[in-house]
Each structure stands twice: as structure tokens, then as C-alpha cells.
Design a protein around this ligand. Structure first.
Ligand code: SF4
Length: 466
């Protein structure tokens, strides 16, 4: 058999019916994750057709986008303040009960952002196909899974059939070599990659992140990288599983155990791109020269090393519109620009190691006067771990707002929003117009940069505070 890529191996393994010129492939789905925002229409489709959820054992629901982060609302001492959010929460509770879907509801100790809890449980495993009605499903590719977001109608298809109609994407090798310098993180790396290939650079492709830099990343860091694949336009991002992956998964509640674990690891070790396999596209990245990165525009590809100044693109109306929205000008330095809100959280950077990075900077320091620092763990388990490690005490002593888990200010559906015209430095993944609130101006960066900027009240180079 000819040399094959990791992506090709996982795709072929799940192809029930191969695609033709006229018809897409039928792809079997191993794990279907669902949440309150994109599932109501899909459950209605099942009801209308009189169908059950075909594989309850491969379906898992949680609540994350609309859930409040204030403890009094989560634990019921006061009602959920945002009506639309409260309706979505109640509807998922009712749908999950009607169809028998396992649900981590608002008060469940296992609840959290869908892309955080599935790896945490060991439900996401190498070689799987994983889908969810959410763009950032690409996160799970960090385990060597083929994982991608689907629309509400497709959520209904997977509920009903455990399969999906798909055209096979092309493959794209992102070769990353070199050691990241102190203060430079996986978030800076993926922002640099998106800046280099562009927000459409990966369109129609599955990225495979490869090379010595990627192999040296922890699972948390690999998830940060794969999470933002969609921001480069890619269908998915993948990293070949290795000993770091196996060590992360061993002993997790839904990972295989005993002899099944040994069998699984034997299978998983084959999930690598064969020597000599050919990719449809590739790019080479030198990670050893990277700086902390920060965005300045209204998509993640409008990004710069933190010490740089905003470029000019004469005659580019889209570029000019983005700068007008942000209130910035070509030639402006990014360092020193004031920030009003700092958000540390999301499925990109709401894991324990991200909170550890923030605590490292915030320890013994105070948030600058007038700045609101909101820190939201990615899951309730991470919240407990951060509290046990003392990070939450550090945050509170610094003057930060420490909350219950959820998507929160990543998109503001739960009422955690940024006011119009205000600047928000965020560790999330999208800086689109209005993403964090109508008129809000979002800048994306790492947890190090976010924490340093919260302390200084302006965009700051985290290396000065490490
Ligand atoms: S944290 Fe943001 S990007 Fe991630 S699942 Fe929630 S809303 Fe989507």
C-alpha cells in the first residue's frame, strides 16, 4: 500500500460509502458532542420524523454557550438573567430527557465547554471521527482524531444515523521546527501560523501540524493549536498521537482500561503519516524566532508580533474598515494601547495550564485600576483544580473576577459582554466585529500577554513580568 497521511488513514477507516463525482462520501461518526445552541432544531427534526437518537452511547451533551458564570445563577439561588439563555438551557434539559441523551446539566460537576470536557473525560481518543455543532470542534484533532464542526441540520443527521455526508478535504502539512522562546506560547504559534497562511489559507484542507515544535507541546498546548485551525479556514487540524497523548489519556474515566488500553495504544501508534506520504499543500514555520503575538484587526489573521506597528495596505477597503472599527491607524504601535477588559478563558485558553500561566504573572500583583479582569475556567473540574492549586486565591487577591465555567465572554451569549467601543484583550479565538458584544473591540493574545496587560492596563509584553 502506498504511503498515507494521518488524515487519510482516519478518513478511510470511517468511510462507509466512498464519494463519487456526483455524491459525497458517507462517513461514520464515533463521537457526537452536542450543546444547547445548535441542538434544538436537530431534536425537532427527530421528533418530526419519529426517530430516536441512533447511538446514545456515542452521544454526549453539555451546556456551555448560554450558561451563566455567576455562581448564584448556576446553582439556582437566583434565576438565569438572560431570557434567551434560560430558554436554551431548559430546552436542552427537556430534549435530553425525552431522547435519553446523557447530559451534563448546569449543576453537574463534569460540566464545562464541550471541547474542554470531552478530552478531560478521555472521551476524545486518537483515530476517532468527532463532530459537534460548533466550529471549534477542531480542538479534538490534537489527539489524532478527525474532528470538525457541523451545522444544525447535520446534527440532526448524526443523531438519526450516526453518519454524515462529506466531501473529502485535501491535506496540508504545517511543518514547525525550533524551540519556542520563554514567554512565547502555543497561542502565539497558532496566531503566527494564521497570520502567515491567512484566514482562507487552509480552506478545503485538513491541516496536520508536524515537526519538533509540535512534538514538544503538551496536550493542552496541542489543543490550543488545533482549536484555531478553523480560523485559518481549515476543515480540521490534526496532530499525530504519541507518548504525550497516551500519558494524558491513561486513567481518564472514558479511556480504555486494562487489556483494552494496551490494544488501543497498539492501534494508536499506527496513526502517523507514513514516510514519503505526499500532502496537497505545505508550509514551513521557524518557531525559534517567534515573539508574543497580538491581533489588531477584526479577524485572527490581522496579527503582529507584540512589539510591531500596524502596517498599511493602501487601497484595501476591508483592511481600512477593520482599523476604523478598532479605532486604530496604520503606523500605531501595539504596545501601550489601553485595555478596558481582559478575558482569560474559552476553549482555546481556559485549561489549567493557561490559568497557571496567568497566576504566574498575577502573583503578588494587582489588576490596574479601571480594568475588569474576568477569569473563567473551561470546566468545573478545571475550576476545582485551579482552586486546589491556589491559582484562584492569586486571582482574587489581584482583583480579578473568578467565575464558574463556560464560554462566557468568548461570545457573550450568557450576558458576559464587553461594552461598545471598549477594548478587550481576550485569550479566545475570534476578534470579529461584535463578537464579545455590540461594538466591542477584541484583541487576541496568550494568557501570559492577557495577564501582563491586565496588570499594566495597556497592551504589555509579558516577558517583562515573567
Ligand atoms: S469558548 Fe467560544 S469558541 Fe469555544 S465553544 Fe465556546 S463559544 Fe465556541
Amino acid at each position: 500500500m502506498s504511503a498515507r497521511t494521518l488524515f487519510d488513514k482516519v478518513w478511510t477507516e470511517h468511510e462507509v460509502v466512498a464519494e463519487t463525482a456526483d455524491t459525497p462520501a458517507v462517513l461514520y461518526i464515533d463521537l457526537h458532542l452536542t450543546h444547547e445552541v445548535t441542538s434544538p432544531q436537530a431534536f425537532s427534526m427527530l421528533r418530526a420524523a419519529g426517530l430516536p437518537v441512533r447511538r446514545l452511547d456515542r452521544t454526549l451533551a453539555t451546556m456551555d454557550h448560554s450558561t451563566p458564570t455567576e455562581a448564584a445563577q448556576v446553582f439556582g439561588r437566583i434565576p438565569i438573567k438572560v431570557d434567551a439563555a434560560a430558554r436554551q438551557v431548559r430546552q436542552l434539559e427537556a430534549n435530553a430527557a425525552d431522547f435519553g441523551v446523557e447530559l451534563f446539566d448546569m449543576r453537574d460537576a463534569r460540566r464545562g465547554i464541550v471541547h474542554v470536557i470531552s478530552p478531560e473525560l478521555g472521551a476524545t481518543q486518537p483515530g476517532m471521527t468527532v463532530v459537534c455543532g460548533d466550529s471549534h470542534t477542531s480542538t479534538h484533532g490534537a489527539f489524532g482524531a478527525l474532528a470538525f464542526g457541523i451545522g444544525s441540520t447535520e446534527v440532526g443527521h448524526v443523531f438519526a444515523t450516526q453518519a454524515l455526508l462529506q466531501r473529502k478535504p485535501k491535506s496540508f502539512a504545517v511543518n514547525v521546527e525550533g524551540k519556542l522562546r520563554p514567554g512565547v506560547t502555543a497561542k502565539d504559534l497558532i496566531l503566527h501560523i494564521i497570520g502567515k497562511i491567512g484566514v482562507s489559507g487552509g480552506t478545503g484542507h485538513v491541516l496536520e501540524y508536524r515537526g519538533s515544535t509540535i512534538r514538544a507541546l503538551s496536550m493542552d498546548e496541542r489543543m490550543t493549536v488545533c482549536n484555531m485551525s478553523i480560523e485559518a479556514g481549515a476543515r480540521a487540524g490534526m496532530i499525530a498521537p504519541d507518548q504525550i497523548t497516551f500519558d494524558y489519556l491513561r486513567g481518564r474515566p472514558r479511556a480504555p482500561a486494562g487489556a483494552a488500553w494496551d490494544d488501543a495504544v497498539t492501534r494508536w501508534r499506527n496513526l502517523v503519516t507514513d514516510e514519503g506520504a505526499v500532502f496537497d499543500a505545505s508550509v514551513d514555520i521557524d518557531a525559534s524566532r517567534l515573539e508574543p503575538m497580538v491581533t489588531y484587526g477584526t479577524n485572527p489573521g490581522m496579527v503582529l508580533p507584540i512589539g510591531a506597528s500596524i502596517p498599511a495596505h493602501e487601497g484595501d477597503e476591508i483592511f481600512d474598515k477593520a482599523l476604523r472599527y478598532m479605532g486604530f491607524h496604520s503606523g500605531d504601535a501595539m504596545l501601550g494601547k489601553p485595555v478596558n477588559t481582559v478575558f482569560i478563558g474559552s476553549c482555546t485558553n481556559g485549561r489549567l495550564s493557561d490559568l497557571e500561566a496567568a497566576a504566574h504573572i498575577l502573583k503578588g500583583r494587582k489588576v490596574a485600576p479601571g480594568v475588569h479582569l474576568l477569569i473563567v475556567p473551561g470546566s468545573q473540574q478545571i475550576k476545582r483544580e485551579a482552586e486546589a492549586a491556589g491559582y484562584a486565591d492569586i486571582f482574587k487577591a489581584a482583583g480579578a473576577d473568578w467565575r464558574e465555567s463556560g464560554c462566557s465572554m468568548c461570545l457573550g451569549m450568557n450576558g458576559d459582554t464587553v461594552a461598545a467601543g471598549m477594548y478587550s484583550l481576550s485569550t479566545s479565538n475570534r476578534n470579529f466585529e461584535g463578537r464579545q458584544g455590540v461594538g466591542a473591540r477584541t484583541l487576541l493574545a496568550s494568557p501570559f500577554t492577557a495577564a501582563a496587560s491586565a496588570v499594566q492596563g495597556r497592551i504589555a509584553d509579558p516577558r517583562e513580568l515573567l
